[in-house]
Design a protein around this ligand. Structure first.
Ligand code: ADP
Length: 307
């Protein structure tokens, strides 16, 4: 079982010629309402990958008792995600991201965490049976940091491999206890810079950043460098995965599809070097299609790209 424990949002995305300035109203050409939130995206993408592998994928989290919550549930069910531990929150609305995109593809995003920010010890307690079955637990940073820490500690004590996607980049860094409670961290370029002060342009930069990350106490590291490839390190071994050549049209949630691929490969027992290749292929394929989780590839497509 792969368990994503994290955020569920509804993304409301409006496309306009340009983004509004403060106090201004602009006319959008179109808008779309879809499933989002890194916890949900990673679960949905993993479920699509796992469908033909006989692997189960579950999402633990919270949605509000509102129309957006119902829409998120329906969307996740269509991907085949186990929602037995997605709880209804009677007090808070479903998480919402208001996304504006201009003609150049530049975006501005306002996120209202809603029910995601109410995740607490009760949710972890309720999810114990699921966590006990999980081989891999996927975490991100769109729920309270204290809850993320408690999930990591609990999942680890139950024997799961804990992967932290440090996204969005934590404003005040991460607490020591969290560094010591995860098995693998997967920052992209800007998150790497945020956590280490080093912006990774190449393998040498990524290796220096990995030194700094390792010093914090995390045993395995993957530095995602977008179209420049991926650096990984574990147990004194390291490697670089060249970017797969694809025609990228939309990088939204490429990182989420990457982590979904990583979890799927690791849950099948692949070593990190191989799992990183699978993940990079998933991320690359996700950039060839529009949307967040909808852009996630199937296992057969990943296998074909890997050759
Ligand atoms: P995030 O969405 O977290 O910013 P990235 O943009 O780094 O993440 O993308 C995640 C992964 O997707 C990359 O590490 C890479 O494996 C793959 N990827 C992203 N953009 C491209 C691209 N243009 N060509 C090939 N692979 C890509």
């Amino acid at each position: 079982l792969i368990l994503s424990f994290g955020s569920v949002n509804i993304d409301v995305t409006a496309r306009a010629v340009r983004l509004p300035r403060p106090g201004e109203t602009v006319h959008a050409e179109s808008y779309a309402i879809g499933l989002g939130g890194k916890g949900a995206n990673q679960a949905a993408a993993a479920a699509r990958l796992a469908a033909s592998l006989g692997l189960r994928v579950a999402l633990a989290g919270r949605v509000g008792q509102d129309a957006f919550g119902a829409q998120a549930r329906t969307g996740l069910q269509e991907f085949g995600v186990d929602l037995s531990h997605l709880r209804d929150d009677p007090q808070n609305p479903t998480g919402l991201a208001l996304i504006g995109i201009d003609a150049d593809g530049e975006n501005s995003i306002t996120v209202a965490g809603g029910a995601n920010m109410a995740l607490d010890a009760a949710d972890i307690e309720a999810a114990q049976p699921l966590m006990a079955q999980a081989k891999v637990v996927l975490l991100q940073l769109e729920i309270p940091l204290a809850t993320t820490l408690a999930i990591a500690q609990s999942a680890r004590s139950l024997g799961a491999q804990v992967i932290l996607d440090p996204a969005p980049a934590p404003e005040h860094g991460l607490p020591d206890a969290l560094w010591n409670s995860i098995d693998l961290i997967t920052p992209n370029e800007s998150e790497t810079e945020h956590l280490t002060g080093i912006y990774p342009e190449n393998v040498d930069d990524a290796a220096r950043a990995a030194d700094a990350l390792q010093e914090r106490g995390v045993p395995a590291i993957i530095v995602k460098m977008g179209a420049r490839g991926v650096y990984w390190r574990q147990d004194g071994q390291s490697g670089f995965v060249s970017p797969f050549r694809v025609h990228a049209i939309d990088t939204v949630a490429a990182g989420d599809c990457f982590n979904a691929g990583l979890a799927t490969a690791l849950a099948q027992g692949a070593p990190l070097a191989e799992a990183t290749r699978v993940a990079a292929a998933c991320g690359a394929l996700a950039t060839t299609r529009k949307g967040a989780a909808e852009a996630a590839p199937r296992w057969e497509e990943v296998a074909a790209l890997l050759g």
